[in-house]
Design a protein around this ligand. Structure first.
Ligand code: XMP
Length: 508
């Protein structure tokens, strides 16, 4: 990128992406690099500043992640956050010690308003704290610029060397003025000019795509989800006529969804190809009840259909994917347990003979992808779509999948979504689940023995954790009455009030 760049150095904290996003929200391009990245490699990025993230270690641990102490002598401004402030202080000759009282959660912080980080802010602030160590002796040349009841060095500053640190987390919403503090660092210390916005990204990417693919053809697996849709729109603008979008309808979409995706794309100049593959998917899934097995079968079959279609197109040299920045960062750093194999239906078939991969959204966060989609003229119903799992309704039907169950779930789910859309409830994802349980009911004068449908609505920003949405009784009652009256085969409706953890958002 030709833009000014801030490098976020990752020391294992959970908020690295949030820091990078905040920087971009302030109009400055940011990238995340491992904390121990070689200084020569960092110099090549010509950064206007570094931000050191938090992390779970103590700087005195033998295997604690560290950057070269020379980083602090490069003359480039540095802001250390949480573990980052401790690493900065330690590397510059200060001392770190365990806190007498560890601080967790929203904490009152008194800041020195003459410090450039806090310019324009009141002295009384709230900051999210989460630490068991803190700076006990400041390095030479540093002053304390904030304190809390139990932490005398809640912020430190060395104006001469342009080194700053905060023990709290300015990147999270629980630090209400945190973005202002980051903005001060960027604009007052690093000399940011605010040269980054999404339209620059679009122009740069269009040039890059053209350079990369020349006059060759490009194939893209289009699911109708936000990422692949925005990728399609961008490619269509960059290389009109050269793009082929394959939409595999696996028969596990929501009500009318396949037709909606087709309607949204078929008239655009992206050679839209819809493959109706319901029978082969349902055939492979017949009798399968185990969630991971369902996912694997769907992933594999998707690749097979995609391969067949691309062979029909003949000699296509490039494959495009809607990979976004969190996918890139997570795939390098995610050592967490495999809870579910998330199958990204835009995934790369390994044995295909493409000479290049086109991933124009690799540098963007989800909210930026949505912004780009809007500026490319995609309709709101595509740009604001909720996440929908690649395996679709297969993982919202507990137990084996049949056409009859799919019909019941599609109808119940459509009613719930309509009622939610009419209501004012704030929920980030909502859907119905067909449990594998049947229960006794009574309709008219007859006994029924039909399915139990569960409704799920959650509030979340990152989809890594969530809480259930407080959907009103009125909405639940209307939904229940409509499902019972309009959908045959349902005898009972329940509302899922579990958060994540301990549950996950999807039931399988
Ligand atoms: P969980 O159920 O893991 O879901 O709490 C977190 C988010 O991911 C979506 N999800 C998936 N997305 N393929 C996907 O592309 C999958 O296999 C998959 N499983 C879950 C889910 O809808 C939620 O937004």
């Amino acid at each position: 990128m030709a833009n000014q760049t801030v490098v976020v150095l990752d020391f294992g904290g959970q908020y690295k992406e949030l820091i990078a996003r905040r920087v971009r929200e302030c109009g400055v391009y940011s990238v995340i690099k491992p904390g121990n990245t070689d200084l020569d490699e960092l110099r090549k990025l010509d950064p206007i500043g570094f931000i050191l993230t938090g992390g779970p270690d103590s700087v005195y641990n033998d295997d604690a992640p560290r950057c070269s102490p020379e980083l602090f002598n490069m003359g480039v401004p540095v802001l250390g956050i949480c573990y980052g402030i401790q690493l900065m202080a330690y590397s510059c000759g200060g001392t770190i010690a365990p806190c007498k009282v560890s601080e967790y959660g929203r904490t009152n912080v008194t800041v020195d308003t003459s410090c450039v980080l806090f310019k324009g802010l009141e002295a009384k602030q709230v900051g999210l704290m989460s630490h068991t160590d803190q700076i006990s002796v400041l390095p030479e040349g540093f002053i304390s610029a904030a304190h809390t009841k139990n932490c005398p060095n809640a912020a430190i500053a060395c104006d001469d060397r342009k080194l700053y640190g905060v023990q709290f987390h300015p990147e999270v919403e629980n630090t209400p003025n945190g973005t202002e503090m980051i903005r001060n660092f960027l604009y007052q210390v690093c000399g940011a000019v605010g040269d980054y916005d999404i339209s620059d990204y679009e122009t740069l990417m269009i040039e890059q795509i053209r350079r990369q693919v020349g006059s060759e053809r490009v194939i893209l697996g289009l699911s109708g989800g936000v990422d692949s849709s925005v990728c399609a729109a961008l490619l269509a603008k960059a290389i009109p006529g050269q793009l082929y979008c394959i939409f595999v309808d696996h028969g596990l979409m929501r009500k009318n969804e396949g037709d909606e995706v087709e309607a949204a794309f078929k008239d655009r100049a992206l050679n839209f190809i819809r493959v109706n593959a319901e029978d082969r998917f349902l055939g492979k899934l017949a009798g399968v009840t185990e969630p991971e097995k369902k996912r694997k079968i769907i992933g594999e079959e998707f690749v097979r259909v995609f391969e067949e279609e691309s062979r029909k197109l003949g000699d296509v040299k490039f494959l495009a994917q809607g990979t976004i920045y969190p996918d890139v960062v997570e795939s390098g750093a995610n050592k967490s347990a495999n809870i579910k194999s998330h199958h990204n239906v835009g995934g790369l078939p390994k044995d295909m003979s493409f000479i290049g991969l086109v991933e124009p959204l690799r540098g963007l966060f989800k909210d930026e992808v949505r912004k780009l989609g809007r500026s490319l003229g995609l309709p709101d119903n595509i740009v604001n779509r909720q996440p929908f799992p690649g395996p679709g309704l297969a993982i919202r039907i507990i137990g084996d999948i049949t056409k009859e169950k799919l019909e019941i779930l599609r109808d119940a789910d459509a009613i719930f979504r309509q009622e939610m859309e009419k209501s004012k409830v704030k929920a980030d994802q909502y859907f119905a689940v067909l449990t594998n349980m049947r229960s006794v009911g009574v309709m008219g004068d007859f006994r029924t023995y039909d399915y139990v449908v569960a409704l799920r609505a959650v509030q979340t920003t990152d989809f890594m954790t969530c809480r259930y949405a407080p959907v009103s009784h009125a909405v639940l009652s209307r939904t229940t009455s409509r499902i019972i009256n309009e959908v045959q085969g349902v005898s009972r409706i329940v509302y899922d009030i579990t958060g994540k953890p301990p549950a996950t958002i999807e039931w399988e």
